[in-house]
Design a protein around this ligand. Structure first.
Ligand code: CA
Length: 238
């Protein structure tokens, strides 16, 4: 079996070592980088299956690196977990807005970290195992290619993080049905996730922002007190 490669970007050698030892035990290959410059060299050398990026790094803040990765074709869908010592909701949201798929607070629970890595890798992989399924979801000018993980609106490619993509894919393939935050968490993050329901709102916000740039934010509707739904084109009200 090929080992999944994880790039760990963290400047504290002791934390790097602790994470590396714990994850190697679960059969991951860990590449270490002490700052953003080293991380970029490692990524240029080989694209990891997942990145763990610390918030505080000596040359640039972690969220800046995440933004750069999301802006580049080659790295835009690679799963990213942010590590942060700041248990502040605003910082968490800032990290998610930069493009992280998940976040974890320090001091780290290695068990929690491993669970999140597993869940995120599974989410990124679901596609490859569903080769036989229909790959294009379409509603009006919105087209989702679930094989190449590409969203296009009116023929324009729109960038989405992997979590926003999964959310849109789930809502589109169950159009016109309302899903609560808890249901979305189960469907997208898996039942073992430790994620707070508030996280769903953050990802919905990011999804809407991307859709809004192409005048399509109205396809995702909030039903107060109930949750979210995707509105099929035929049912959209201008
Ligand atoms: Ca640090």
């Amino acid at each position: 079996m090929i080992k999944k490669q994880i790039l760990l970007v963290e400047d504290e050698a002791a934390i790097r070592q602790m994470i590396r030892i714990a994850l190697e035990r679960h059969n991951y290959e860990i590449i270490e980088a002490g700052d953003v410059a080293q991380a970029r060299i490692a990524i240029a050398d080989s694209l990891p299956d997942l990145l763990l990026i610390d918030w505080m790094l000596p040359d640039q803040p972690g969220p800046d690196l995440i933004k750069q990765l999301r802006a580049e074709e080659r790295t835009r869908s690679v799963p990213i977990i942010m590590l942060t010592a700041r248990a502040e909701e605003n910082d968490m949201i800032k990290g998610l807005e930069a493009g992280a798929d998940d976040y974890i607070y320090k001091p780290l629970s290695l068990k929690n970290l491993h669970a999140r890595i597993k869940a995120l890798l599974r989410r990124a992989e679901t596609q490859t195992s569903s080769e036989a399924q229909k790959s294009i979801l379409k509603s009006g000018k919105i087209e989702l290619d679930t094989h190449s993980l590409q969203l296009s609106i009116d023929g324009h490619l729109v960038h989405l993080g992997i979590t926003e993509f999964r959310l849109l894919e789930f809502l589109m393939s169950h159009a016109d049905r309302v899903y609560s935050r808890a249901q979305l968490l189960d469907a997208i993050w898996g039942q073992n996730s430790f994620i707070e329901e508030r996280t769903v709102d953050v990802h919905i916000l990011r999804l809407r922002k991307a859709l809004k740039e192409h005048d399509s934010a109205k396809v995702i509707k909030t039903i107060r007190g109930a949750g979210y739904l995707f509105v099929k084109e035929a049912n959209q009200v201008e």
